[in-house]
Design a protein around this ligand. Structure first.
Ligand code: SAM
Ligand code: SF4
Length: 384
């Protein structure tokens, strides 16, 4: 079994990264001045599909149940994140719908952080049966992954013949008013020929489609820069059928550049994570399903918050007045300090600190599309 299949990054003891030079602020700031407002929470490694660009055919090794964060632990961390400036929380995985207690996770997060927008990235299988309880619990939006509208092609890409279930899930999300429903499609040589059909379907059904350049985060490690379908190539293909007008980004930290389709109001987005890297504006922080903070998709260092949540108890100044100290766990202040330290150590870009302003490099990481550090965890194990 490979290191990727095992998915074993280097987990530091909580609080270990240096905070030398960190300003006195609650915010989750890093050494390059970026501030995290967007929290991705992976809730499971399990999935009902096996997309070739993400999972191995046999799935990821199972995480022991006791190692997964509980709904109460997730709710507590979301509440702490909210006090540190998090404004968007997105549940992901693996497939979040594989967790039977997902509504409880959403409910606890909503209660702990009433002002955040809560969304989920999902393949939508089974969403038709659960969308009601999720909306009642406080879910605001969904992003559904859909790479092809052709059933045979979908089955090849995902190694499962489940397109009808995905479409039922999307319909249920639309009916429940979870708008806008965004669709994510990973851009690969295989998806290019059907890209215009997928866009036509999205426009017809009132969904906002975004294409994502494939990143080297597949568990099988088949990613090859030479095979990458660029945003430019996709625009050429879509341009043969649609009139596309650039309309920019929703906001500067939004990863997708948008184009109006046939004069609008429908749009199509492209997340050019490889050819037009947006690391300089990254405002994300991630929690893995086992409760480690990951400051960057491509950094292998993680800080273990679960160990703190389940540790023997708060001590000294960490238990200062006004901080929450649950029975038998660390105080909020201890968790805050560990999370802030993890984010202070966030690398500059995909290639870690290559191209960073203080590394004396000429040009930024966008000039160096090869600068991807290989990760020990795949996308399904990190939480995309
Ligand atoms: N199972 C859910 C889903 O597919 O939406 C959530 C987890 S999935 C890992 C989150 C997102 O990561 C999906 O939109 C998926 O397409 C994307 N993804 C997975 N592997 C990727 C890769 N190698 N490059 C770019 N995006 C990837
Ligand atoms: Fe599962 Fe999502 Fe990965 Fe596809 S992209 S295998 S649906 S986790």
């Amino acid at each position: 079994m490979t290191a990727v299949a095992l998915g074993l990054p280097r987990v530091r003891p909580a609080g270990a990264p240096s905070t030398l030079g960190r300003p006195d602020t609650d915010a989750l700031v890093d050494r390059y001045g970026r501030v995290a407002h967007d929290l991705r929470v992976s809730v499971t490694e399990k999935c009902s599909l096996r997309c070739t660009y993400c999972m191995p055919a046999e799935g990821l090794p199972a995480i022991p149940r006791d190692d997964l964060l509980t709904p109460a632990e997730i709710g507590r961390l979301v509440g702490i994140g909210y006090r540190l400036g998090i404004r968007d929380v997105r549940f992901t995985g693996g497939e979040p719908l594989m967790r039977p207690d997902l509504a409880e996770i959403v409910r606890r997060s909503r209660a702990a952080a009433p002002g955040v927008r809560i969304s989920m990235t999902t393949n939508a299988i089974g969403l038709d049966k659960r969308v009601g309880e999720l909306v009642d619990a406080g879910l605001d939006r969904v992003n559904v992954s859909l790479d092809s509208i052709d059933r045979r092609h979908f089955a090849e890409l995902t190694r499962r013949d489940r397109l009808p279930q995905v479409l039922a899930g999307i319909r249920a999300a639309l009916d429940a008013g979870l708008s806008p429903v965004k669709l994510n499609a990973v851009l690969m040589p295989e998806t290019l020929a059907g890209a215009a059909d997928l866009l036509a379907w999205a426009v017809e059904h009132g969904c906002r489609l975004r294409f994502i350049e494939q990143m080297p985060l597949d568990a099988d490690q088949n990613w090859d820069r030479a095979q990458l379908v660029s945003a430019e190539r996709l625009l050429d293909v879509l341009g043969e059928r649609f009139d596309l007008t650039p309309v920019g980004r929703e906001d500067p930290s939004a990863p997708a550049e948008e184009w109006a389709v046939d004069g609008g109001p429908a749009t199509v987005g492209i997340i050019a994570s490889v050819t037009r890297s947006f690391c300089g504006d990254c405002d994300r922080t991630r929690l893995t399903a086992e409760g480690t903070v990951r400051s960057c998709l491509f950094g292998n260092e993680e800080v273990d918050l679960r160990a703190l949540l389940r540790s023997g108890g708060a001590t000294g100044s960490a238990g200062a007045p006004g901080t929450h100290v649950p029975d038998g766990g660390a105080s909020d202040a201890q968790i805050v300090a560990a999370w802030q330290a993890a984010m202070w150590a966030k690398p500059f870009a995909h290639g870690l600190d290559r191209g960073a302003p203080d590394a004396g490099a000429v040009g930024g990481p966008a000039d160096d599309p090869e600068a991807f550090a290989r990760t020990e965890r795949s996308m399904g194990a990190i939480g995309g």
